[in-house]
Ligand binder design. Structure first.
Ligand SMILES: Nc1ncnc2c1ncn2[C@@H]1O[C@H](COP(=O)(O)OP(=O)(O)O)[C@@H](O)[C@H]1O
Ligand SMILES: [Mg+2]
Length: 487
């Protein structure tokens, strides 16, 4: 539970989120946080693992330094070990099919509070990724921006679902408008639909009642012509990024137009992409070719508020996921877990290669690095051996967190691996060491590779520091800074 100075609470066991929210001053600690950020950006998961490995590498290097191994030698050893580990990972890769994608999602959701419904959420995440994935020759590309995750408090996690289109957390502006429009023709407007204010302050002196009514008539006329202009293009739906004047709302309702105001910029862009519509600034420029299309635009009651669903868009490569959960903290944590899940599914789908998890591949790497070290010899050998032992922090921590005996688990794991059972990892549910491919625990190769690489690079960077000097806080030194300084 993270509590900030305002008393706001975040409840999570997501490594990246914890590190992001923590108040950290120590410069080396800040470098460690960078690892989590890189990991999150490239692989969406494995942040805790990366940080835990980096911490263990630093701990092991301290022991080496005490034994008079020079940091430069340690760095060289770590670099060799990390390169070798990445090479070895390739040999453990397993191909990916649809079922495998959902196993990867389930592994990422294990241990999260949303883990109880991991089957359910993994289906949604695989569905979402597969519907936005694009094939480009041999390559598969997944742009996660095409999957919009919308959370709404209330209901239960099981009420979450995949929507083929875009969800807007908005309601229609006027109750006289239709609740739903089919064969929608959508005008996307990013300026206010109202009487334009003059640039300069103008004062209008009204001397008799006729003038006033004429003035008001003219305003009314102007608004009416704006709405008529929109209507004449054939639009039956208006999504406006700015405000819509009350009178304009009234006219739109009369003409049966469905309208939303103050839509988010990101939603406007997503709508433009999905519906094929063009975002227009000046209503006068609007024409029928600018309109986007959708088979339905509908307002639905979700929990105690209304949301608008734009479904059946011509560019189907744009989907939304509506996540539900009893309280704000629950939906927030479900969203974090779900984003990890779609992230790993996307990575696994793109790369087409996964590894068995639960510390299995890590233990195999640790074993193989030890024999690799023997071939290297010298002091680097010691560093590579330390690297190999440091990797075992993963299965050890998994055992600890699962309430198992870490020493016994590690002994069993080493035994299995010495017998060549490279898929054996920690059974976090029933204890002991089992074949992770039978237990269906898989994670993308990229996640493990990146975690080892960035942990080792950061450890090396920190090891190379031999002194910390505090630098000036305010910008580069100017000429004035030398005033009064003894030269
Ligand atoms: N069912 C499972 N059995 C054993 N290990 C698992 C299982 N599910 C996930 N893991 C392991 O948990 C680790 C990930 O833990 P997690 O808390 O998600 O941290 P990270 O932030 O590193 O992803 C990985 O090593 C993964 O293989
Ligand atoms: Mg994870």
């Amino acid at each position: 539970m993270l509590v900030d100075s305002m008393g706001d609470v975040v409840i999570t066991n997501d490594g990246a989120t914890i590190l992001k929210e923590m108040e950290i001053e120590h410069p080396a600690a800040k470098m460690i946080i960078e690892i989590a950020k890189t990991q999150e950006q490239h692989c969406f998961d494995g942040t805790t693992s990366a940080v835990v490995i980096a911490g263990e590498l630093l701990k092991r290097s301290e022991e080496l330094i005490e034994q008079n191994v020079h940091p430069t030698v340690i760095c060289e050893g770590f670099r060799l070990a990390s390169d070798k580990a990445v090479d070895l990972i390739e040999g453990h890769g397993v191909g990916v099919d649809k079922k495998m994608l959902s196993e990867v999602a389930k592994t990422a959701l294990t241990g999260k509070s949303a883990g109880a419904v991991k089957e359910f959420l993994s289906e949604i995440s695989v569905g979402a990724v597969l519907s936005v994935a694009q094939e480009d020759g041999d390559e598969i590309l997944v742009d996660l921006d095409d999957i919009k995750v919308q959370k709404k408090q209330g209901g239960s996690i099981k009420d979450s679902h995949l929507v083929d289109g875009i969800i807007l957390d908005k309601e229609r502006v006027h109750s006289g408008m239709p609740m739903s429009v089919s064969e929608a023709k959508i005008a996307l407007i990013n300026s206010a639909i109202e009487v334009k204010k003059t640039e300069v302050d103008a004062k209008i002196q009204i001397t008799d009642p006729n003038m006033l009514s004429q003035f008001l008539d003219e305003e009314e006329q102007f608004i009416r012509s704006l709405v008529e202009k929109i209507h004449s293009t054939g639009a039956n739906t208006v999504i406006c990024q700015k405000g819509i004047d009350d009178l304009a709302q009234h006219y739109m309702a009369k003409m049966g137009i469905f309208a939303i105001r103050r839509a988010k910029k990101s939603d406007m862009e997503a709508l433009s992409k999905a519906t094929g519509g063009r975002i227009v600034t000046n209503v006068d420029d609007l024409s029928d070719t600018d309109l986007g299309q959708a088979s339905t635009v509908q307002e639905r009651k979700i929990g105690d508020s209304d949301m608008v669903f734009v479904e059946g868009c011509p560019n189907a490569k744009s989907v939304s996921v509506l996540l539900r959960g009893g309280t704000e903290h629950v939906v927030d944590e479900v969203k974090r877990a779900f984003e990890d899940a779609i992230g790993v599914v996307a990575v696994a789908h793109e790369d087409g290669s996964v590894l068995t998890g639960g510390g299995s591949v890590i233990a195999a790497l640790s074993r193989d690095l030890r024999s690799y070290a023997e071939g290297i010899g010298g002091r680097e050998q010691m560093a590579i051996e330390s690297f190999s032992s440091a990797l075992e922090v993963i299965p050890r921590t998994l055992a600890e967190n699962a309430g198992l005996d870490p020493v016994n688990t590690l002994i069993d794991l080493r035994k299995a691996h010495s017998e060549g059972k490279s898929n054996h990892g920690v059974n976090v549910f029933d204890g002991g060491v089992v074949d992770m491919s039978k237990a269906n625990v898989f994670e993308p190769s990229r996640v493990v590779e990146q975690a080892i690489q960035s942990a080792s690079e950061t450890a090396v960077m920190i090891l190379r520091i031999d002194d910390v000097i505090s630098s000036r806080s305010s910008g580069p030194m100017g000429a004035d800074d030398f005033d009064g300084m003894e030269m």
